[in-house]
Design a protein around this ligand. Structure first.
Ligand code: GRF
Length: 200
């Protein structure tokens, strides 16, 4: 299975996924990592020998042409599955429709709680709400933000004295386990389905 990655920042989830691929744990090859800004995630991809594309929003006249370029880069790289790994822009239907049911995202809360905002907002809102636990969710991307079918969740306790930073770090450690494992399962199921279609 050929995997495309979209990232905007630090790239620690991309790294966890690429490490799982390198270890042979994932049944996938990373064919491209696309960034919408100069970000450490680009360097993560380079370290793993994954081709990178930099497609900043400012280089395009409007959102649609930017997202069309992202879709074209994914299609051009032959991506079959797409993982959002800290991608900070909302995906347009032009991308979502091209990879319907094959785009995954990780969100730092137990969705549907604290949806619709990006890190570290979900962690800050969890602290503010005083919940005893929060966590992370891997879900399929649909046009409605953070509302696609949930594939897996990991619960993380909120501890006394937690700050946004300490809570985020605890959630991030859970993300690094949950995302590659869920992606691996997803890719295996998708390959099995494709195989069934080819050989009825
Ligand atoms: C993570 O908190 C993830 O849940 C959210 O964005 C952050 C990305 O971090 N979607 P990184 O770039 O993978 O380190």
């Amino acid at each position: 299975m050929r995997l495309g990655l979209l990232a905007s920042g630090r790239g620690s989830n991309a790294q966890a996924i690429l490490e799982a691929i390198d270890a042979g744990d994932l049944g996938a090859t990373a064919v491209v990592l696309i960034c919408d800004r100069q970000a450490p995630a680009m360097e993560v991809a380079r370290r793993h020998g994954v081709p990178t594309r930099l497609l900043p929003r400012a280089d395009f006249p409007d959102r649609l042409s930017h997202q069309t370029a992202i879709r074209d880069a994914l299609v051009g790289a032959g991506a079959e599955v797409v993982a959002l790994a800290g991608f900070a822009a909302i995906l347009d239907p032009v991308v979502v429709d091209a990879f319907e049911g094959r785009i995954l995202n990780i969100h730092p809360s137990l969705l549907p709680a604290f949806a619709g905002v990006i890190a570290p907002e979900p962690q800050r809102l969890a602290l503010e709400a005083g919940v005893p636990s929060t966590g992370c969710t891997v879900h399929l991307v649909t046009p409605e933000v953070d509302a696609g079918p949930i594939l897996a969740q990991a619960e993380v306790p909120v501890l006394a004295g937690d700050t946004v930073e300490s809570l985020s770090a605890r959630i991030l450690a859970a993300e690094h386990r949950l995302y590659p494992a869920t992606l691996g399962r997803f890719v295996t199921e998708l390959s099995a389905r494709a195989h069934q279609i080819e050989r009825p």
